[in-house]
Design a protein around this ligand. Structure first.
Ligand SMILES: C[S@@+](CC[C@H](N)C(=O)[O-])C[C@H]1O[C@@H](n2cnc3c(N)ncnc32)[C@H](O)[C@@H]1O
Length: 287
């Protein structure tokens, strides 16, 4: 860690009215030469994770509760979400935001400065059990937002025949992957070997294309609301580094178990009290 970073790490940072602090040295990310390293931080709020990141992050996956059904409804959902996006844009080149289309449709009109909507992706699942009388849920949206001019890797999706054509300089155009990701919801017996018990776990196949499209081996992916750690499983299998965290102790443990991580990095040191927060002596008495 450089001297400048060390100084930064000691300083409390107030961002968006949330008093957070930067991490001490032990939470520094895996060295740039590593591939497939997964770090799971101690349980903490998404803003603490985002302000603690000191190394370059290529891609961040944001999969918060959906403000519908499980996880409850936040009255301040959009102001909160826009602050999460702004804070993520400070540290990451690409951002993927998951949510139900009927909830997150206003987001493209409130993107962080310098970021553009690259694609509106849809995860299409046919196997959601019907719980209401009416339309059966079969889709979730994932917005791909990126800093203008940031690199994409559609070539990571080429099959063997296409790769051979490319080697012979005969591939006439780059066929990108479809913007609809078709894979089943992990319910009942479907994806049994993947299921962890997290109530909103994403299938590996829904996260894999996001990582492949935006990163190369050795790049770092951040997931500050990681739930069961699906992003970590994907990154490890693709030789990308991952930093994961979740506010819940229960889900942090779930992710640690799933990824076989037995040593938790130490929690950041308690914040130094700001002068304004120190207890004041009562009036008229000597301190
Ligand atoms: C939809 S789930 C993520 C599922 C995950 N992608 C997976 O595949 O398991 C949402 C997660 O966000 C976490 N979360 C919600 N609000 C948070 C916050 N303010 N800070 C950190 N984590 C939060 C929840 O504890 C929950 O595990």
């Amino acid at each position: 860690m450089s001297a400048a970073r060390r100084r930064k790490a000691a300083a409390p940072v107030a961002r968006d009215h949330v008093q957070t602090h930067l991490y001490p040295e032990e939470l520094k990310l895996a060295p740039a030469t590593s591939q497939g390293e997964v770090t799971i931080l101690p349980p903490q709020d998404v803003f603490a994770t985002l302000s603690g990141v000191t190394e370059p992050v290529t891609t961040t996956i944001l999969d918060p509760w959906y403000n519908k059904g499980f996880g409850g409804i936040r009255p301040d959902y959009f102001p909160w979400l826009y602050r999460v996006l702004d804070a993520t844009a400070q540290v990451s080149q690409h951002i993927f935001l998951w949510g139900f289309p009927e909830i997150i449709y206003p987001v493209p009109d409130h993107l962080p400065r310098g970021f553009a909507l690259i694609a509106w992706l849809t995860w299409y699942y046919k196997n959601c059990p019907s719980v209401i009388r009416g339309w059966r849920s079969a889709q979730l949206a994932c917005l791909h937002i990126a800093r203008s001019g940031t690199k994409l890797y559609p070539e990571h999706f080429l099959n063997e025949a296409q790769l051979e054509l490319q080697r012979q300089h005969k591939l006439r155009y780059m066929p990108g992957p479809p913007s609809v990701i078709e894979t089943s919801l992990l319910v009942g017996f479907v994806g049994r070997n993947e299921q962890t018990g997290h109530p909103s776990q994403k299938p590996i196949k829904s996260i894999e294309p996001l990582v492949l499209m935006t990163t190369k081996p050795g790049d770092t992916v951040l997931d500050p609301m990681c739930g069961s750690g699906t992003t970590g499983v994907v990154c490890r299998s693709l030789d990308r580094n991952a930093i994961l965290s979740d506010e819940s102790e229960q889900y942090t443990r779930l992710a640690e178990t799933r990824l076989g991580i037995t040593r938790r990095p130490p929690a950041p040191a308690p914040e130094p009290l700001l002068v304004a927060d120190r207890p004041r002596p009562a009036r008229g008495r000597k301190p």
